[in-house]
Design a protein around this ligand. Structure first.
Ligand code: ADP
Ligand code: MG
Ligand code: ZN
Length: 610
């Protein structure tokens, strides 16, 4: 997000150096010149001694200098110093004879004790006070907390955004139409509250954007800031987390105070889960600071008047971890899901980002969108950028379809490893393995068409892979499709066993995927005979990886394992059967793939069906 222009930030060390330099200058120039005795030669000194002008003498033997005091022309006592004192013994005698001379006392080498006191004591203190204040102001600006807050007690440094400053509008957010609609309503309310008042409708106080990372939650909030011509306060949840207990709460208080003054306005709290986590999480010692901050937030949300026109937006990808008190009506009572984009959404997002890039003609974005099922908006933005980078690398001035396709694979599987050394035998194994997957997929009903097979190694460690892309958007998965998918996963290993009589570690990822699928079939999708429609696992973190937790007895858990195993075993046998039956095609395709390294779906189907 763009921020309001602020004073240029300088590092602390800058202020330190400035003050240090100033002190050094004062020491080197001013102080000495005030205290510096006037130089006279030794002869003049002796003359003055004879003339009884000298009143006080200090013989500094180590420095070889004599300091003495004598009145100057106007009768004021003044300090003098001789040049090098030759150290003749007769001097003692001579000085001794002069009764008036205080001999060998210490001559205070300064002429104004008050001034010197000021210079050596008061000035440095003053300078350090100034330094301290500069530092503090610097800190406040930098982190809005710490020392600054310890003194002034709580100034949230929420930045105020106004229309021009985020530069984003709803047009920048592709897809996500439902979310945009819900937010549009809020924007509309802020523009025209009378319309809503007339009918007696009140706006929800808060709306919570929930969805997986990279789906455009922050972007949507920025777009709201761009659309709503009202002040927009934006702060991230982590900015409330402070070193000292009570700081975060003070910041919340200040934020809402500012917001109330500026109403109508929008307050956006990004990543609210940082402060909004469920309380009493059982952590040892608890987390007082966070809880206080959350409590303050709850209090503030209750305290302000919704009709005044303060709308609070928040975003999170962990809605399940939020404290229920935050979600109850009167607080974040509206929940706006920002889900992963569907086929159309993906195409629209690709097109939005393609606007910033010079595209060649005849680009088929729909094909790219189809190949990127499950990608988030951020992934898609990345794909466009990778394609542009590739075009530059290739010395072209436009992005081509091939760039886009390669960049999809880069984002999915990592970069090509051009110089990877793989022995011919291993290459052969990989070719049979991949064709195994492809054949099993193609020869079963209910699996997505194969679009590409490659044995070019990738930086992610994949030695090759088979890409399958659904024709349209798939939302549901039938049992048949799930079983076909399982068999496809096992197809690689099955081909290795069939052709080489042995197998390799190359199937590790397939094994992982197959097990995950089989397990969810049993525990969550109700796709096993034994457990029928019983839910055995609950998803914990729907938007972040979707970890699951078993909720059943140990005996049942053992039975689940048995069920999963039998599903996988059946799939493996099915795959082996398919490949045995079509062994000739397996040889033919693997040979072709070895030669070409990459074959398209059409080539594959052509060979398969001839
Ligand atoms: P989130 O906050 O949900 O994790 P962001 O809003 O930070 O995700 O999105 C990251 C980037 O991804 C955005 O800056 C934008 O470039 C791109 N992006 C995500 N969703 C969309 C979308 N719906 N339309 C256009 N770009 C998107
Ligand atoms: Mg975000
Ligand atoms: Zn495999």
């Amino acid at each position: 997000m763009k921020e309001q222009p602020k004073l240029p930030k300088k590092p602390f060390i800058f202020y330190y150096v400035v003050v240090l330099l100033a002190l050094m200058l004062i020491n080197a120039l001013i102080v000495p010149s005030l205290n510096q005795p006037t130089q006279v030669d030794y002869g003049t000194f002796l003359d003055w001694v004879d003339e009884d002008k000298v009143t006080q003498v200090e013989l500094d033997q180590t420095a070889g200098t004599i300091y003495f005091i004598a009145p100057d022309d106007s009768g004021q006592d003044k300090i003098y110093a001789t040049g090098i004192w030759p150290g003749d013994d007769t001097l003692y005698q001579r000085l001794h004879e002069k009764e008036d001379i205080q001999f060998n006392s210490v001559v205070p080498r300064q002429n104004s004790p008050l001034l010197s006191f000021l210079l050596s004591w008061i000035l440095p203190i003053l300078l350090f006070v100034v330094l301290g204040q500069l530092l503090m102001r610097g800190m406040q600006k930098r982190m809005g907390g710490g020392f600054g807050n310890a003194m002034t007690f709580g100034k949230a440094n929420a930045k105020i955004y106004v229309q021009a400053q985020t530069g984003k509008t709803f047009a920048d957010v592709a897809g996500e139409d439902e979310a945009k609609e819900a937010l549009q309503e809020i924007v509309d309310f802020l523009h025209n509250p009378a319309k809503y008042e007339a009918i007696g409708a009140t706006m929800p106080k808060g709306a919570l954007l929930v969805g997986p990372p990279g789906t455009g939650k922050t972007l949507l909030a920025q777009a709201v800031a761009g659309e709503a011509q009202v002040p927009f306060f934006s702060i991230s949840g982590s900015e409330f987390v402070e070193m000292f207990v009570g700081m975060g709460a003070a910041k919340v208080r200040d934020l809402f105070k500012q917001a109330n003054e500026k109403a109508p306005c929008i307050v956006f709290i990004d990543e609210i889960d940082t402060i909004g986590k469920k309380r009493d999480s059982g952590a040892i010692g608890g987390n007082d600071e966070r809880e206080q901050t959350l409590n303050q937030l709850l209090t503030e949300m209750d305290g302000f008047d919704g009709r005044k026109g303060v709308v609070i937006l928040a975003a999170t990808n962990r809605p399940d971890s939020l404290d229920p008190a935050l979600l109850r009506p009167g607080r974040f009572d509206r929940r706006i899901p920002v889900e992963l984009p569907d086929l159309q959404g993906r195409e629209a997002i690709l097109n939005v980002h393609a606007k910033d890039v010079r595209m060649g003609s005849g680009i088929d974005m729909r094909a790219i969108a189809r190949a990127t099922a499950g990608a988030s908006g951020a992934d898609l933005a990345n794909i466009i950028n990778e394609a542009a980078l590739r075009a530059v690398r290739m010395g072209r001035s436009e992005v081509t379809q091939a760039d886009l396709e390669e960049s999809v694979e880069t984002v999915i599987a990592g970069y090509q490893r051009k110089n990877a050394v793989i022995s011919p035998q291993e290459k052969k194994i990989v070719a049979y393995h991949e064709v195994g997957h492809a054949l099993v997929a193609a020869l079963q009903s209910g699996s997505a068409p194969v679009t590409k097979i490659t044995i070019v190694p990738r930086t992610s460690g994949a030695l090759g892979y088979t890409m399958q892309v659904d024709e349209g958007e798939k939302v549901l998965m039938t049992r048949e499709e799930a079983v076909a998918k399982l068999a496809t996963y096992t197809g690689g290993r099955a081909a290795e066993e069939l052709i080489f009589g042995d197998y390799t570690s190359g199937a590790s990822n397939d094994i992982e995927q197959a097990t995950k699928l089989a397990r969810s079939m049993v525990t969550r999708l109700g796709m096993s005979e034994k457990f029928d429609m019983m839910a055995l696992e609950t998803v914990q973190n729907q938007y972040l990886g979707g970890d699951t937790a078993l909720s059943c007895s140990p005996e049942t858990a053992a039975q689940i394992d048995g069920e999963v195993l039998s599903l996988i075993r059946a799939a493996h046998q099915k795959a082996a059967g398919i490949l045995r039956e079509h062994q000739d095609k397996l040889h033919e395709l693997a040979g072709y793939l070895l030669e070409k390294e990459t074959i398209t779906g059409e080539e594959f189907m052509e060979i398969l069906h001839r």
